[in-house]
Structure formats: C-alpha cells, structure tokens
Design a protein around this ligand. Sequence first.
Ligand code: NAD
Length: 460
Amino acid sequence: MTTAPSLLVSRNPADPSEVLAEVPAPGAFSTVDAVEQARTAQPGWLLGGATARASALGAIAAAIDSAADELAALAVREVGKPLTEARAEVARTAAIWRYYAQAPYEPAGGVHETAGGPGLLLTRRRPHGVAGLITPWNFPFAIPSWKAAPALAAGNAVVLKPAPEATACAQRLAEILQQELPDGVFTLIPGGATEGNALVSSADVVSFTGSTAVGGAVVGTATGLGVPVQAEMGGLNAAIVLPDADIEQAAAHIAAAIAGYAGQKCTATSRVIAVGAALGPLREALVAALRTLPVGDPADAATVCGPLISEQARDRLEQARKGARVLAGGTSPDVPGWYAAPTLVEDVQASHPLLREEVFGPIATLLPAADLAHAVRITNSVPYGLVTSVHTADLDAALYGLDHVDTGMIRVNAPSTGVDFHLAFGGAKASSYGPREQGRAALEFYTSSRTYTLAPAKTT
Ligand code: NAD
C-alpha cells in the first residue's frame, strides 16, 4: 500500500488566507538520494579550484543584491518579517556571500619543519563532503546563507532542508544559487522532521539552527553516527540595567529587542533585570516604549512588530502570559493575522514558564535585583546561555558583566538582538552545541585538518 506524500503549506502570517507555497514533502528516500547526488558532484566542485568557487559565490552575492526588493517582499509575506528588517536581512545575506567569496583564496594550512631529518610537513584543511543544513523560518535567507556560503567556499556540496514555514523563500534562494553553481552542488529538500532526520543520518557534516528540543535530537543522531555537528538553538536572554544607565536609551533598545519582529529572534530579550533604583524609571520608560512601538502590517516600512508566525505560536504566547501581572500589552487584537501586542509583565514566580522556557514571542518579564552580582545570578539561572545585554555608563560594571555572565555573547549598551556576520556566533549551555558559526570559525567547522609528510625519495 502506498500513502500519499504529506503537503508542506506555508501561509502569510498577516493574512493566513494567502498560501505562499504548497508542495509535497519529498520523504526520506528522496532526501538520501539528494545527498548521494551531492556526493557525486562534490569532488568536481572542490577540484575546480579557488577561482571557480570564488567567482560563483561573488555572482550569488550580486544576484541577491539585484533581487533585493523582491526577496524582501517575499520574506514580508511568507514569514511576516517587517519590511525594514527584511531589507536589512537581504542586504546582510548578500554581504555574507561576498565575505565568503574571498575565502577560497586564503591559506588552507601551514608549512612546518620536520622534527628530524630532511623533508617537509604540511597541514591542509579539506572539506567533509556533503554538508546537511537544517534551518528555521525566522531568517529565511540569512541563516541558510551563513551556513551554505562557508560550506561551499571550503569545497563541500550542500543539501539544505529549510523550515516548512519558509518554503517559498528557500525555493527562491535555491533558484539564485543553482543558477551560479554547477549541477548537484546545491540541492534544496523542502520538508519537515522526516526529511530533516534523513538528512542528519546521511550527510557528512550537519549544521542545525532551531529549537533546543529538536537540536538535541539532531545532535544525538549525528554524534551517534560520528558526524561533525553544530547546533544553534534557543535563548531566554536577559537585559541588565544599572541605575547609572541612560534609562531612555536602554528602554528603547530593550523594547526593540523584546518586540522587533514580534520577538521571534533567538537573540530577543525576554527578561529585563533592573538593578536597585533603576526599577521605577525603567518600568515607566519601558512601558511607554512598548506602548508606542509601531505594531501592524509587516509590509509597512514603519512597522517594528508584525504578526507571529502561526496560530499555534500566538496560542503559546497567550498561554505563557497567564498568571503574570501585565504592565503593557497582554492582548491579541481581533483582526485577521496572528498579531499580539508587545507585552511586559512582572511579579512572576521563579518557577513560571516565562522564566524557564523560550516563548518566541513579543513578551518579557521585568525582574528586580538588589545589586549587579544578584542581577548576574538571575541572568545565569536559566538553562540557556545565548546573549545578554548590559546597560550602564560604568566601565567597571560592564567589565564585571563580561567576566561573570554565562552567555556566548554579551552586548554592552546595545540591544541583545543584532549579529555581526564576520565574527563567531553562538551561545553557552542549552543554547548551542559544537563549534561556532559565522566568520572564520565556520570555515574551520566545514573542514578537517590533514597532515602531510613529504620526505626525499633518496636520503643519501
Ligand atoms: P524548529 O526546531 O521547530 O525547526 C528547525 C528546523 O528543524 C526546521 O527546518 C524543522 O523542519 C527541522 N526539524 C524538525 N524536527 C526535526 C527532526 N526530528 N530532525 C531534523 N530536523 C527537524 O525551530 P523553528 O520553529 O523553525 O525556529 C525557531 C527556533 O529556532 C527558536 O527556538 C529559536 O530560538 C531558534 N533559533 C536559533 C538561532 C540561533 O542561532 N541560536 C537562530 C534562529 C532561530
């Protein structure tokens, strides 16, 4: 008996009646087959040389720049990303490809003296083969690109399995990439857990970004198979505000980090920790900032907070804010589209889900701390460790934060959101597993080192 393939359907979160993509899920066999075909294409891509790879990556950057308006509009419609942020994501995506287009020309290793006798020792980094990439929907162009570009630059072939909610964006990105790359070097496998799991079980190196629950399973499977794996997962990020901070500026940064893109960034702020006398003025400034933050149609360039990705995501948010005292927001407007007002709550018990689990929506909890050391203890008290922002005019306080906060990234007087793609990116504890993404770190991850010994054919 054969069963019909399941359908992948993605909808416009601002107008769920609009379907952006409706494609049959290819299933596990097709996924493994795509990996096999990529494995066949990979040696030609590697041995074609640095110029061929550099040119292709440069051409992809140019093609993304040329299609920038169309790509941004597609992200607005498919994943509800506010237009200004969508434009910034597309510009960053082109920059990522341009950055890694230089990488094929860079040294692939080193030259060493032998420990004794004539000859030469060389180290050389070589690609793993086929990189299996599994990505979330929230950065539908940038995340697939910050994985695929270094993997391809290093000479791997790539199979991408994007999130079903971002299928149309992934299809358009794949079209651009495949126009510039030899056949089989980049393959898109739309799909869900079945295809993702098949990819993890068949690729030579695996890079995952998504929730901590799914990431844990991916890491378990890959490590069981002895396959190199990295996983970037969720966060429960804190902003620490000291009384000496510029409270208006801190509130503006934090409001944007809570509610920008409806809080659907792994780096969003979900806990705001006010130290001592900062509590009163910060509460007032943050409530005002959240109430005036532009919420609405993501196609409007002024919008900061658009819809949530799905009805389930909004239900999860509504469930999460139960039992907390609402200072701002706390409502979901009765309009088409999965919108929710940016929300700040307080008087939340330490065991409340808001302080234990990632909600991935525009909500944060305001918490008091007696002093900076107390604020740092609260920050470090959760299983996650992605990013923290510290708001202060006191250099010693900032340095104390850098020394004691247990997150992969710390940003002083800046929102917790925002990533520089040319530096290593990643978290601590349950937020990350394995080597870092982005920058030079990514090129290391997609390669392994070989040591060559060259001795004379005749020693006398
Ligand atoms: P998700 O975990 O639901 O899905 C991520 C990807 O995994 C999707 O492609 C999905 O289809 C796939 N998948 C699902 N089950 C699988 C399985 N059993 N085996 C293999 N693949 C499987 O996450 P999401 O809802 O798409 O994205 C939101 C999450 O991503 C949030 O937790 C957010 O914090 C996280 N995120 C983290 C970062 C970071 O860099 N740390 C960046 C962006 C998003």
